[in-house]
Design a protein around this ligand. Structure first.
Ligand SMILES: O=C(O)CCC(=O)C(=O)O
Length: 288
């Protein structure tokens, strides 16, 4: 039936997000941190190499490359497609139990990413945005973002900052910003607008907690002003009853059925989604 209490569900419905404590244990997190490091240092199939993306400051040579190559990485896109350990991250039992309280028992997972904040790069911000911008299916209130820090997170190292209640807003126009990682679009009129920054809450969390959030909710992350890692696993889950609004790009998402059934005319799981990553402005699947 789902593991969230009535209060947690009400919090999600009212504010657009809810924190679920302790979805991962320390031993499990250590495995993911170690595996992500190995991938970042090059232990991955050749065809997947462009799925390890450097922070723009390093990619554009604005900063000299750090001694430890892992410190230059921004994110690993869809490691579930080439790594058995990360494939399991689509199905963390405590996450699925919580998500099923919000969207029911028929669930597709997609867009798994391992996201770093390079240590000591305060400019590495991800401006306010709404993930629904990227997702060509509906209804979006049957889709949930999952954000799991693997390090203690705070405003200092780029935790998730949310605008409570903003999930009631329609999807805003978004645009590119100079100096921001490719694809990390900014909600126009929101990023840089004091009214939204003042209302926003930065979530201080221990590793292993999880934030579930609505795809219309405005959220951002700041840069990492510490000299330590800020690592998170993020993914999205959609009700298997969601329907595509376009055929275009759907195959890039590579939906996986992680609980319950799938339905004709609705989003379909994809066996072995490819490792090829579309590039250029059409590349949306790494942008959420
Ligand atoms: O954790 C981060 O740095 C950004 C996460 C985020 O906002 C996203 O991927 O949509």
């Amino acid at each position: 039936m789902g593991s969230l209490s009535r209060e947690q569900i009400e919090h999600y419905r009212e504010y657009g997000y809810v924190v679920v404590p302790g979805v991962l244990g320390e031993d499990e997190m250590r495995l993911y941190r170690e595996r992500a490091r190995a991938i970042s240092l090059g232990d991955l199939p050749n065809e997947a190499r462009n799925r390890v993306v450097k922070d723009i400051a390093y990619a554009k040579g604005r900063l000299p490359l750090p001694e430890d190559p892992e410190h230059a990485v921004w994110k690993i896109i869809n490691p579930d497609r080439f790594d058995p350990l990360f494939a399991e991250a689509l199905r963390f039992p405590k996450v699925l139990d919580a998500v099923s309280s919000l969207i029911g028992e028929d669930i597709l997972a997609f867009l798994l990413m391992f996201i770093y904040k390079p240590p000591g790069v305060p400019a590495s911000e991800h401006p306010f945005h709404q993930d629904a911008l990227y997702f060509p299916f509906e209804p979006q209130n049957q889709c949930v973002g999952v954000w799991i820090p693997l390090d203690p997170v705070s405003e200092e190292n780029g935790t998730l900052t949310v605008v409570p209640g903003s999930h009631e807003m329609k999807v805003q126009n978004h645009g590119f910003r100079d100096g921001i990682n490719f694809g990390a679009l900014a909600a126009e009129g929101i990023e840089g607008n004091a009214a939204f920054h003042d209302k926003a809450i930065s979530l201080d969390l221990p590793p292993g907690d999880c934030v579930l959030f609505a795809t219309h909710m405005l959220h951002r992350t700041g840069g990492n002003r510490t000299d330590g890692h800020r690592r998170v696993i993020t993914l999205h889950m959609a009700s298997a009853r969601c329907r595509p609004t376009t055929e275009h790009r759907l195959d890039e998402y590579g939906f996986t059925s992680v609980r319950g059934s799938t339905f004709g005319g609705c989003l379909q799981p994809q066996e072995n989604p490819g490792l090829h990553l579309a590039t250029g402005r059409g590349r949306l699947m790494d942008d959420g």
